[in-house]
Every structure is written in C-alpha cells, then in structure tokens.
Design a binder for this molecule. Sequence first.
Ligand code: S3P
Length: 169
Amino acid sequence: MNIVLCGMMGVGKSTVGIKVAELTRRRWFDTDTVIADRHGRISDIFEYYGEAHFRELEAEVIRKLSKEDELVISTGGGSMMNHENCELLKQNGKIFFLKASVETLLKRVLIDETRPLLRVNSTDERLKELLAERTPVYEHVADYVVATDDRTPDEVAEEIVSLLQKAKK
Ligand code: S3P
C-alpha cells in the first residue's frame, strides 16, 4: 500500500512527504521531481510543449509509481484532475488531502516563480479559481483530509502516520 499526498500547490506535499517517508522508512517520490529529472524543468515543459504535454508526462509517471508498493508519493497539484490518475493511485494507496486556506496558500506560492500555472496570471483570483475547482475533487478522492493551516510539516506528517496506525488497529 502506498501513501499518496494530494492538494494544492504550495500546501507542502513534498516537505511533508519526505517527513512521512522518514517516519515510515519508505521510499519517497514526487511526481514533479521524477518528471523534471527525466525531461527538464517543469516551467520549461509548460512553456515549450504546453500543459497538455506536461499532463501526459504526469500520467505516465503515475502509471509507473502506482504499480509499486510501500512508497510515499507526493503528487503535483493538478494530478487528481485526471480520473485515470485517481483510479490508479487509489487501487494501491491511501490518499491524504492536505488542506489549506487560500490565505495560507497565497503566502507560500505567489512569490514562487517556478509555478507556471500562476506565473502568467499571478493573482489571488487565479489561485482562488483553482482552489474552488479542485477542492471537491481532492475531497472526493481522499481517504483522509488533513488540515495544515498554522501547523508545521512535522505536525502534519505525524498526524498522517497516526491516522495510518489507527486504521491498522
Ligand atoms: C501544478 C502544480 C505543480 C506542478 C505543475 C502544475 C498544478 O506541482 O505539477 O506546475 O496544476 O497545480 P505542485 O503542486 O507540487 O506545486
């Protein structure tokens, strides 16, 4: 069984994922990092090949990772908008939706130039739109919803581990 983290960009999926992997002694993969290692920077892929091409690469990585076991997988913010990705990740994984308010997300992402979806139209409105569109999908696919506002990555990671332990009992 894999541990899968989903949620909006900037919510801390990678930082928390690394910590969960340490606590549970699992291997950690981040879909964006796998794509970037193979194909170059995410912002360049968006710029030169377009978002649709990026989504194909993302789906390909998810197909591969979801066949493995005992991983922690941090997904890119848009991954769960593809139904096939959700199905594959759910087959062999527990999905944790890391939830944050728009204020928390704004603090973390608007200064980050590497996020192509926000770079072109770097306004609160775009982030709010994405949040409104995606929150119901994250909530639907998730086995657990974990609040992250005003909490450290360590606290969030510990909650995830404790939810998993409770589920085993
Ligand atoms: C995206 C989020 C990014 C990355 C890409 C698209 C999105 O990942 O996959 O820029 O659609 O929300 P993070 O959620 O890790 O920032």
